[in-house]
Design a protein around this ligand. Structure first.
Ligand code: FAD
Length: 346
């Protein structure tokens, strides 16, 4: 029972890291809980390269985008499932926003992601009196398909143990770590928000964020674009949509609330005038750091113990790029990792 890596957690972070490790020829065992909730299955899977408030590019997007397309396509081939769906975003403008869009799109070099020309055309069941703008390069990651598919793949290859990891059973030796009968050269924790309780990484300043989302069913609205105006409404097939999301830094639990339900419905109904039914209401906790950057690296005190976490609200964009960067570092200590995500910043 000896492997190169033991990974704790099979959310998006653990899945992407395991995939990159296996690709690089390493042996991996994964431990994942069947009782803890995954932020990754609550997440909508939205990929948006633009920060709308300032109309700038999202952090590192020119590097992240090619990497995410490559990784999700690779996983589609490996798992025989559809995972990445390119979609456009239609941003509904408020008063004066059309001019801002036109000006900033050019000034901020966004032409490869969006159309700088405002669109004043109408679309049934949407209120857009001040026009709208199109983000041409965006999309959705079907996280359920990815996580279920990868789980099956791990099971088929005898690489998954379903259990809750207990820190006090981890033994750190000179040349390896052991956990029960399992031995590994190194262990990497990908536990999502539960990393706050990890005794090996108490120096990390987490600032997790609770979020709530809906699954919606409409009567006769079936737009094939992602609607956005301080919320998103994203098609997932037929007349099914995911809609969200809320941000709450204080009540860090996984319970859906009537307050969030009211907030989301009010936002939606400012723009969407059609009939809809809420088919699902879910809550989850985005694993987020104080500076909203991912965090990765090996512990200075225990160099066989590492972490890959902090994917925050943009895990689908950040995950593929940083999983690959981390694996390059794990395989070659001289390989650089971005200073803003380095564990050593704590
Ligand atoms: C409401 C909401 C909406 C979101 N929308 C988007 C979006 O549209 N686009 C986007 O990119 N991101 C979105 N996110 C963020 C995204 O969910 C995260 O960035 C990402 O899923 C984090 O993945 P993770 O693997 O770090 O954590 P998780 O998915 O939480 O996975 C952690 C895993 O570790 C396991 N684990 C933890 N402790 C143990 C233990 N002791 N033993 C065994 N297993 C353990 C858990 O069971 C779980 O499987 C959203 C999040 C929320 C909550």
């Amino acid at each position: 029972m000896k492997t190169n890596f033991l990974i704790v957690g099979q959310g998006l972070a653990g899945t992407l890291l395991t995939h990159e490790l296996l690709k690089s020829g390493k042996s991996v065992q994964v431990i994942d809980s069947s009782t803890f909730q995954k932020a990754s299955v609550v997440a909508a899977g939205l990929i948006n390269p633009v920060v709308f408030r300032r109309l700038t590019k999202s952090w590192l997007v020119d590097e992240l985008f090619p990497q995410l397309e490559e990784t999700y396509r690779e996983l589609e081939l490996l798992l025989g499932r559809e995972i990445f769906h390119p979609l456009k975003i239609r941003k509904v403008f408020g008063l004066g926003e059309a001019d801002f869009w036109k000006k900033k799109a050019v000034a901020n070099g966004l032409s490869s992601y969006l159309n700088a020309e405002p669109d004043f055309s109408h679309y049934g069941q949407l209120r857009m009196e001040y026009g709208s703008g199109w983000v041409e390069k965006a999309g959705r990651v079907d996280l359920k398909s990815l996580l279920d598919g990868f789980r099956e793949y791990l099971i088929e290859n005898n690489r998954l143990r379903t259990m809750d990891f207990e820190y006090d059973r981890l033994l750190v030796h000179q040349d390896r770590i052991s956990y029960g009968e399992q031995e590994a050269d190194r262990i990497i924790f990908c536990e999502g928000h539960r990393a706050s309780q990890n005794p090996y990484f108490q120096q990390i300043q987490f600032k997790h964020t609770k979020g709530e989302v809906f699954g919606l069913e409409t009567t006769d609205y079936n737009a094939d674009f992602i609607l956005n105006k301080s919320f998103f409404m994203m098609p997932t097939g037929g007349r099914q949509f995911r809609m969200g999301a809320t941000y709450d830094w204080n009540n860090l639990n996984e319970q859906p609330t009537p307050e969030a339900r009211r907030e989301l419905c009010a936002k939606l109904e400012q723009v969407f005038t059609g009939d809809y039914k809420i088919s699902r209401h879910q809550a989850g906790i985005r694993p987020t750091t104080h500076d909203r950057r991912p965090v990765m690296g090996m512990s200075a005190e225990h160099p066989r113990i590492g972490i890959f976490n902090g994917l925050g609200s943009k895990g689908c964009m950040l995950g593929p790029y940083f999983a690959r960067q981390f694996v390059a570092r794990l395989n070659n200590p001289a390989s650089p990792i971005h200073p803003e995500v380095d564990l050593r910043r704590y």
